[in-house]
Design a protein around this ligand. Structure first.
Ligand SMILES: [Zn+2]
Length: 194
């Protein structure tokens, strides 16, 4: 069944070990922030630091595992039609929009959307780590370390499939940040495949 995440919103749901999650960009150039928690113990959570450490690179694609803070594999990228995602930056938030964009009445962003969607699972906002930012295109200058948020490389219909290696609670958004989505807010589609 195809699910639609409306622009600038987010959802949470369970994903069983052995199931796959297909995240699609129906219109192109739209980021989806992905979080994963162990469904049996939400103190175990997706970890950018451990994943990038073990991969020894910052760009992940087909075959790469996403590790938890306890160094267990939570998800694996099984199929990747885009090949560029970000795992460095935190979910956009009201503070992001205040500090980077100077908004006086900022949107709650992916962070607020994820916090609201995860609350029924007993996961509070302070538990939200760096998300795996599906389709987000962050470039890094190798000499200076300067980061640039570029338009996503995803085109309409592109997708990435993640295979669950444990029972998970997933948080997923259609990202709310202007820069990340080439200044247009679009929906995200997802499917759970058995
Ligand atoms: Zn966002």
């Amino acid at each position: 069944m195809l699910h639609r995440i409306e622009p600038r919103s987010g959802v949470a749901f369970t994903l069983k070990r052995g199931q796959r999650l297909k995240v699609s960009d129906p219109e192109g150039e739209q980021v989806a922030d992905l979080l994963a928690f162990n469904a049996d113990d939400v103190d175990e959570v997706i970890s950018s630091g451990r994943t990038l450490d073990y991969a020894s690179r910052i760009f992940l694609t087909t075959g790469d595992p996403l590790y938890s803070n306890r160094s267990n594999v939570m998800l694996r990228l099984e199929e990747d039609r885009v090949g560029r995602h970000d795992f460095l930056l935190t979910p956009c938030s009201a503070d992001t929009f205040r500090i980077i964009y100077g908004d006086e009445h900022p949107h709650r962003g992916c962070f607020g959307n994820l916090a609201a969607a995860l609350a029924p699972f007993g996961i509070g906002p302070d538990r939200i780590p760096i998300a795996f930012n599906v389709f987000m295109n962050v470039t890094v200058d190798g000499a200076t370390g300067e980061l640039k948020v570029e338009p996503p490389r995803s085109r309409a219909g592109d997708y990435t499939v993640f295979a669950a290696e444990m029972d998970l609670i997933i948080g997923l958004t259609a990202c709310s940040a202007l820069q990340s989505n080439n200044y247009a807010f679009k929906p995200i589609h997802y499917e759970i495949l058995d």
